[in-house]
Design a protein around this ligand. Structure first.
Ligand SMILES: [Zn+2]
Length: 473
């Protein structure tokens, strides 16, 4: 009984191993690369992106990349925040390069807070656990693995393929490798367009595949300070001119102000696709309103229906600003000499920080309230055009791999390094092919995880997709 059981288990294991390798004999080398990348700590506090970049470069070199096509870079002031650009030259000198972008830095992770060591790749119950298994080392490893396989196959793409692995995406104010490349080594990353993180497959809570999203454009975060100063005085002698009241009035105006409705290719495509899903779910009123907004962004009733149904949909339609912090007064028995608020805006692609500041000034309409633009971090740029050349291969491959899953463009309310490339004139699309659960695999949080199947399918998806793009005329 016992021996039969053991034999059965061994046979099952062998079958499992055989099917995995039969399906894709290169999977083992991908797993080794992914493990090494994930286990190389790349947090800003104690890690090194430079080391991670060197390790990937070594693998590319072993696969046959000449030194001249491997460009390790680091700003001397930030020796641990380096990166890598690798080039697989194309066969058509007239075809523009395609850039594969991924960041290799990760959000901080404390061992004592995590269930498992955040810098040891652990496979458990069909999931990989560790910091960065999703964000963004999944895509970084897939890009590197693809280039290695292309080189091993002797494949020469029509378009030159470039891969940029960069540091500094996760920490506001840190050295940013993608931004640095656009300003200092533009020729290295110059491309017709770039593929990046920022979208992917969505699973519902039950694990069913719902949509495949493509990110075309993103909003830029910007803080503004509202400030009122006043000569103050004793609180027993109140005056009409009061810093807190001025500020409160200003904040009410900000609350009531709606920025104009704007649409991009990405948000139009999203609304049209979501209208179909809403109709199938029996929400005809929302579906009709979505289609109406696409036809006429001035249709206030339709805009209200869509906006009231979901805060994310509301955010997609225009710039938003919201009060996030307050700081006023200096004593309980004194008239306030100073009152301040932070207003956090998410600016629509292509709108400048100054345009938003002026809109706030005129909405507030009180000369006592000073509106100041705080440190500008994000680059603002027009969203990339959603061409058929980009969308069709995604649609075809999605239909082949996951029949029935709709492909939807999105305008991302969050921010990625795509902002720097878009601003530099390299249209950047978020495409990953990796399906995530509604919790997004706890990225940035505790016990980050990714389904092993999701990762492996994403690898197949991106490899095939890049090959299709690389051959496009
Ligand atoms: Zn992130």
């Amino acid at each position: 009984m016992k021996s039969r059981f053991v034999l059965g288990a061994v046979t099952a294991m062998l079958a499992c191993v055989q099917s995995a390798y039969a399906a894709d004999p290169t999977e083992q080398q991908f797993r080794a690369l992914y493990k090494e990348l994930v286990e190389t700590n790349t947090t800003l506090s104690s890690g090194s992106c430079t080391l991670a970049a060197e390790r990937i470069a070594a693998r590319l070199k072993t696969a046959g990349f000449p030194e001249s096509d491997l460009h390790l870079f680091a700003d001397p002031a930030h020796p641990k925040e380096g990166g890598l650009v690798a080039v697989l030259p194309g066969r058509d000198p007239k075809a523009k390069a395609i850039l594969l972008l991924a960041h290799i830095d990760v959000v901080e992770a404390k061992r004592e807070d995590w269930t498992r060591d955040p810098f040891t790749l652990i496979e458990e119950d069909g999931k990989f656990y560790a910091r960065g298994v999703v964000d963004d080392k999944a895509q970084a490893a897939i890009w590197a693995d693809s280039l290695i396989r292309f080189k091993q196959e002797g494949y020469k793409p029509r378009h030159t393929l470039k891969m940029a692995l960069t540091c500094g995406e996760e920490t506001a104010g840190a050295f940013n490798g993608a931004e640095w490349l656009t300003k200092n080594r533009r020729e290295l990353i110059d491309a017709g367009y770039a593929l990046n993180e920022g979208a992917g497959g969505e699973l519902n809570a039950a694990g069913k595949r719902i949509t495949m999203t493509v990110q075309a454009g993103e909003k830029v975060a910007q803080n503004y300070r509202l400030e009122v100063v006043n000569r103050g005085g004793h609180s027993s002698r109140p005056m009409k001119d009061n810093a807190i009241y001025h500020l409160a009035g200003a904040l009410s105006k900000v609350q009531g102000y709606e920025f104009p409705i704007q649409l991009t290719d990405g948000s139009k495509g999203y609304l049209n696709a979501m209208a179909k899903i809403q109709l199938e779910a029996g929400h005809k009123e929302i579906a009709d309103a979505m289609k109406a907004v696409v036809q006429n962004p001035g249709d206030a009733k339709a805009v209200a229906t869509v906006s009231n149904a979901d805060a994310s949909w509301a955010a997609m339609l225009h710039t938003t600003c919201v009060a996030t912090m307050l700081d006023a007064g200096h004593a309980t028995n004194a008239l306030p000499q100073r009152a301040r608020a932070n207003v956090n805006c998410r600016i629509f692609p292509g709108v400048t920080q100054e345009t938003v500041r002026q809109a706030l000034v005129s909405a507030i309409n009180d000369p006592a309230v000073k509106v100041e633009t705080l440190e500008i971090r994000g680059e603002n740029s027009a969203p990339p055009p959603l061409t058929r050349a980009i969308m069709e291969p995604v649609e075809k491959l999605t239909a082949k791999m996951w029949p029935g899953v709709p492909v939807m463009p999105i305008l991302q309310s969050g921010a990625t390094d795509g902002q720097f490339l878009n601003a530099a004139g390299i249209p950047t699309y978020g495409i990953s092919g990796i399906f995530l659960t509604p919790d997004l695999g706890n990225i940035h949080g505790l016990n980050e995880y990714i389904g092993v199947q999701s990762l492996m399918e994403g690898r197949v998806f991106l490899h095939e997709l890049v090959k299709t793009y690389a051959e496009q005329i």
